[in-house]
Design a protein around this ligand. Structure first.
Ligand code: SF4
Ligand code: SF4
Length: 182
């Protein structure tokens, strides 16, 4: 008799558990889904997110980087390599005396700490919002100046560091997008 009543109790326990489970399911049924269909849809990143670096320009197109190597000195991962060269009257890249002839970041070493951005006296290097940097070959993780330098469209650009003063136009996230890259 005692066995029978414990069996009935177990069945009721199971039914209650089912009920609790379905209650949670039905509660969520009419709510907006939380899942995002990546990569067709992308969530906007937080403003302070530190992603792939960018080398910025002045509105007239000149490079902000003056090849001072302070970013390389500040980098705890020794991920940055800078080789500076002199600007000349016929070949001028930055407003200063020198420019970065070679500027490379090894993204395998980088820990995205943002120290380089903090150390830069001209605001040339910033960490942007791009996070899709997976690749197949080690060499492809060496980001050269050509890959890091923002394109110059021939018109003034809004190149403010994103986390201090807001998003750049390119970085400004919309609601989850249905197509296209970040
Ligand atoms: S984010 Fe940090 S680890 Fe990466 S390059 Fe800059 S200073 Fe070095
Ligand atoms: S990015 Fe900034 S800190 Fe680094 S070399 Fe250029 S000017 Fe100097």
């Amino acid at each position: 008799m005692a066995q029978e009543s414990s069996g009935v109790g177990a069945v009721w326990g199971d039914i209650r558990a089912f009920g609790t489970g379905f209650k949670t399911t039905f509660k969520r049924l009419l709510k907006k889904p939380l899942t995002v269909q990546y990569p067709e849809q992308r969530m906007p990143m937080a403003r302070r997110f530190r992603g792939l670096h960018k080398l910025l320009r002045y509105p007239d197109g000149q490079e902000k980087c003056i090849g001072c190597s302070l970013c390389a000195a500040a980098c705890p991962a020794k991920a940055i390599r800078v080789v500076a060269a002199e600007n000349t009257e016929t070949e001028r890249y930055s407003p200063g005396e020198r420019y970065a002839k070679i500027y490379e970041i090894n993204m395998i070493r980088c820990i995205f700490c943002g120290y380089c951005e903090e150390a830069c006296p001209t605001g040339a290097i910033v960490l942007g919002q791009q996070y899709e940097i997976a690749d197949y070959h080690r060499d492809d993780f060496i980001y050269t100046k050509e890959r890091l330098l923002v394109p110059f469209a021939g018109k003034p650009a809004d190149d403010r560091p994103h986390y201090r003063q807001g998003w750049t136009d390119q970085e400004k996230p919309a609601e989850p997008q249905t197509t296209g890259a970040l």
